[in-house]
Write a protein of this length. Structure first.
Length: 323
């Protein structure tokens, strides 16, 4: 069996949305709704993807360059993504204020500190993969795949490691990073997925290094690797658990397609997550006034239809034979 565009596939974003609240999954991933940002994505998302684009330059074409050149290349990558997302590079005072720490100026300072701190590793490692799309067939499920993307795969210090770049604004005076944030990667389902997919393609994979970078107005030199390696028994459990979650998503989707509404109790709400750890759910306005959003005649005001397309976001076409 090989992966094709007709295959059924789910990524971590979709599964974690369902785990958070099945009703949220319905609105985001079945109906395809999202908040109407007037053509602009939220700053956290844009800064994160622009940082990733800079990292691709830093670990790719910039690998054997001087620190200064590496920073320039990273900034070019950052700028390209930033402008593709309709954000302006030359900010007014008011725009700077709205963006807080997430500005190109902060990114420039961070790239310089990052390139300096990671200089030896960047020079000495062999980069095996950059933005590498992955698809893993799920045992016992017909043409169903778990898909994702490994930010970097490097051979360094005698082992193969997956690097996953993450940015956070959760600052603490002691140690710069929020401790719970750092520890959370040890139990993150997403990281288990990276390790699982990485091990299939790189049998000698040692671990996943979550590459955390703090985004702060004044602190620009806080970076930390969190190495995570789970035993096979835990990865096996991750497969079984994920299989169950995927099964639940597929059966609720089939139930909705059969009845065309939620009257059978399909895609139930999880009100405990309306006010999440970092922000409130973007669908709260709908849920506060509407018991069954599938009965609405049009997309509610303040929302637009814009589907989450893992196939394009993760560039999965690279996995299809002949492409
Ligand atoms: S507002 Fe609450 S119930 Fe509604 S989708 Fe969000 S988390 Fe679920």
């Amino acid at each position: 069996m090989s992966f094709s565009k007709q295959s059924r596939y789910l990524d971590n974003t979709m599964i974690s949305t369902y785990k958070e609240c099945p009703r949220k999954y319905l609105m985001r991933h079945v109906l395809g709704w999202t908040t109407d940002g007037g053509g602009q994505k939220p700053p956290a998302l844009v800064f994160g993807s622009s940082w990733h684009a800079g990292m691709d330059e830093m670990w790719g074409p910039g690998k054997d360059e001087s620190i200064e050149n590496r920073v320039d290349l990273a900034m070019e990558g950052f700028r390209k993504q930033w402008e593709e997302d309709n954000y302006t590079f030359e900010l007014t005072m008011e725009q700077q204020d709205d963006l807080g720490a997430r500005t190109p100026g902060t990114a420039h300072e961070m790239f310089y500190q990052y390139a300096t701190q990671r200089d030896r590793m960047i020079r000495e490692c062999t980069v095996l993969g950059i933005e590498q799309p992955m698809a893993m067939p799920f045992p016992g499920m017909d043409d169903t795949w778990y898909v994702g993307k490994l930010d970097k795969v490097v051979d360094y210090a005698g082992g193969i490691h997956v690097l996953e770049h993450k940015t956070t604004t959760l600052y603490r005076i002691k140690g710069n990073f929020d401790n719970d944030y750092l520890e959370s990667w040890n139990s993150a389902s997403q990281v288990k997925g990276y390790q699982m997919m990485g091990s299939i393609h790189y049998p000698k994979l040692q671990d996943v290094w979550v590459d955390c970078s703090l985004v702060h107005k004044k602190v620009h030199d806080a970076f930390k690797f969190i190495p995570v390696s789970h035993e096979w028994s835990l990865l096996k459990e991750w497969i079984t658990d994920t299989q169950r979650w995927i099964g639940a998503i597929q059966s609720e989707t089939a139930e909705y397609e059969k009845y065309g509404n939620l009257e059978a109790g399909t895609f139930r709400r999880n009100e405990d997550n309306c006010y999440g750890k970092y922000s409130k759910c973007p669908f709260l306005n709908i849920c506060s006034t509407c018991s069954d959003p599938t009965k609405l005649k049009e997309v509610p005001a303040g929302y637009v239809e814009e589907r989450w397309e893992p196939f394009d976001v993760l560039k999965l076409d690279k996995l299809i034979k002949g492409n």
